[in-house]
Each structure stands twice: as C-alpha cells, then as structure tokens.
Design a protein around this ligand. Structure first.
Ligand code: ADP
Ligand code: MG
Length: 251
C-alpha cells in the first residue's frame, strides 16, 4: 500500500504532516505525521494523555493546530479559508459518549443534519434514517427515544447518524470505552462491517484484539509523537520498549 520509495500512499484521504499543538504551555502534539489511504482503517493507540484524541479532533477541526499541515478529502484543514461545513459533511466523527439529543426520537436525531445542513426533503431523510438504522441493526428503533435504548444501541444509533451524512471518512474516538463489556461487541461488529464495506476510518481504540484484527495500519502515539507505525502485525512484534510495554500492559 505504501510507496516504497517515498513512504507515502498514492491516494490518502487524510494526511497529517508535522502537526504541532499546544494547550497553553502543554505541548500535546509534537510533530505528528501519518496518512490514511482510501478504503483503509488506521488504529491510533497509546497511553492516556499521549495526544490521540487531540490528533483526531484536529482532523475534523474541533481543534486548530499551531504548526504543520492537515489535508482531508481535498480540504486543507489548517487553511484560514477552510469551508468547515463541507469538511464536516465529508468527515463523520463518533465520540466515547454517544451524544444523541435525548428529547428527539432516533429517527429525528438522524434526519436532523440531512434536512438542516443538506436541505434534504423530509420524506427522503426518513427513508435514509430507516436505511442507516437497518445497517447498524436498529431498523425497529426509529420511533424510540435514546433513553429507551441500551448504551450499545445508542452508540450504534450515533454511528448511523454519522452515516446518514454519507461521509467519506469516519473517525471513532474510543467508542466502546464507556460501555459495559457485554455491549462492546455489538458496536465493534458494526465498525467491522463498515470497514469491510470499504469505508475509510481512523479509530482511537484500546481494544487491542480488535485493532489487530481490523486495522491496516497502527499508529502508536507516545508523548505527542508517533512513536511507532506499521501494519497491525507490529503489535505482535513491537520494536520499541514503549510499545512493548504498552502492549504488554493489556491497556
Ligand atoms: P489521549 O486521547 O491520548 O488520552 P488527549 O489528546 O485527550 O490524550 O490529551 C493529551 C493531553 O492534552 C492531556 O494532557 C490532556 O489533559 C491535554 N488536553 C486535551 N485537551 C485539552 C484542552 N482542551 N485544554 C487543555 N489541555 C488539554
Ligand atoms: Mg482520548
């Protein structure tokens, strides 16, 4: 997949180059670079506080960067003229805590952005909601309210809501870490099916087995830097003591 001569991919959907980000005096990203080729899955792993979420949030411009370059689906994310609305249409993001609107039904949660942002007719948006909910195995929950669903179902609904915008890339930030262990499997299954369908994805995860099974590339972050990067098999043969320790700790 990588060009042997240049180390770059021919068709990256996401590119980070030498990205720096500080919060006040705290340097959180210190020269992060990686790219995500179309149709591939990149898993970002690393200790708590290593900068994983910040890196992900920079891709969708929830954070602005101090230095470096980020390109996503043809958008120059770090440029002042960025069309944020179009970037957010191309990039779906799902966080740890499912942020569905509690006072809206699942259908209303899903139709909101397509109608409000894209101007999609209501009937079409409802058909779309039914389609994406079926895709995550919640075809019978259109009229339910979030509180009537389990945590795993809510997270699947949040994924469906993102899919309704027909994103070109999906970002997942520890989407199962707030769930009881028995509910993580159903969410990971949805992500797995999505990956198999060819969706380009970047996922921050602490589910090592899952990362190994699904990721085309693993990015190990350590103290704001990409400490090791390679195919998922590298988790079985880490070259740095830091990754060895991290994998060994079972985190
Ligand atoms: P990870 O996702 O790997 O656990 P984060 O990217 O969330 O790490 O955080 C990296 C560091 O940046 C942490 O020390 C965290 O406290 C700090 N940080 C993250 N967001 C902010 C913020 N908005 N303001 C100040 N510090 C932040
Ligand atoms: Mg995080």
């Amino acid at each position: 997949m990588l060009n042997q001569a240049t180390g770059t991919s021919p068709d990256p959907v996401v590119t980070l180059r030498d990205v720096h980000k500080s919060f006040g005096p705290l340097k959180v990203l210190e020269g992060v670079s990686f790219e995500v080729p179309r149709g591939t899955v990149t898993a970002i792993i690393g200790r708590s506080g290593s900068g994983k979420s910040t890196a992900l949030r920079c891709i969708d411009r929830f954070e602005t960067i101090d230095r470096g370059e980020i390109r996503v689906c043809g958008h120059r994310v770090d440029a002042p003229g960025l069309d944020l609305r179009r970037l957010r249409q191309d990039v779906g993001i799902v966080f740890q805590s499912y942020n569905l609107f509690p006072h809206l039904t699942i259908e209303q949660n899903i139709t909101l952005a397509p109608t409000a942002v894209k101007g999609m007719p209501r009937a079409q948006a409802r058909a779309l909601a039914a389609e994406v909910l079926a895709q995550v195995g919640l075809g019978d929950k259109l009229q339910a309210y979030p509180e009537q669903l389990s945590g795993g179902q809510q997270q699947r609904a949040a994924i469906a809501r993102s899919l309704a915008m027909r994103p070109k890339v999906m970002l997942f930030d520890e989407v199962t870490s707030a769930l009881d262990p028995e509910l993580t499997g159903e969410v990971l299954k949805v992500i797995e099916v999505l990956a198999a369908s060819g969706m380009t994805m970047v996922m921050v995860t602490h589910e090592m087995g899952f990362a190994r099974g699904i990721a085309d590339e693993v990015v190990f972050m350590h103290r704001g830097r990409v400490h090791e990067r390679g195919p998922a098999a590298m988790l079985g043969a880490p070259t740095t003591p830091e990754l060895r320790q991290f994998v060994g700790s079972g985190l």
